[in-house]
Write a protein that binds this ligand. Structure first.
Ligand code: ADP
Length: 139
């Protein structure tokens, strides 16, 4: 069993795709063990996207990700980290295959519906970034 951290991004919220996206995770057997809606701050985003801080598009990411409140979730399931990334598809929604969440609902590299942890180390750090231990339920 693994846990992974998901953020339903502003394009997901504005496009009213949140229910659909969560439903696609649940249909694959993933269970929600933490969930909240928050306004991302510059400080949180600088931490979360620190690996991209030197990229020219970094200010755009911060502006986009803080443009509207987002839903942050922890999902639990077998091999959740890699299976959720497969369900999402590649970063660029424009090249993501139909049948993937980004391929079906996303727009481009930036507006790509959801974030998902990409490794066990990232999942641990990201769960701690967004949730207190007491907010993550044991199922
Ligand atoms: P992923 O979200 O697929 O793990 P990355 O960690 O590489 O991808 O990038 C984090 C986020 O930064 C992406 O989901 C996307 O919103 C944004 N991003 C990445 N590359 C670009 C780009 N070339 N132009 C605009 N936004 C980008």
């Amino acid at each position: 069993m693994e846990k992974t951290l998901i953020i339903l991004k502003p394009d997901c919220m504005n496009g009213m795709h949140a229910g659909k996206t969560i439903s696609r995770f649940e249909k694959e057997g993933f269970r929600i063990c933490a969930c909240k809606m928050i306004q991302l701050t510059d400080a949180l985003l600088k931490d979360h996207y620190s690996h991209l801080a030197d990229m020219p598009f970094f200010p755009n990411i911060v502006e986009f990700m803080s443009s509207t409140p987002v839903i942050v979730l922890v999902l639990q399931g077998e091999n959740a980290i890699s299976r959720v990334r497969t369900l999402l598809g590649p970063t660029d929604s424009a090249v993501a295959e139909k049948g993937t969440i980004r391929g079906d609902l996303g727009t481009n590299k930036q507006e790509n519906i959801a974030h998902a942890s990409d490794s066990p180390e990232a999942a641990e750090a990201e769960m701690k970034r967004f949730f207190a231990d007491s907010e993550i339920c044991s199922l």
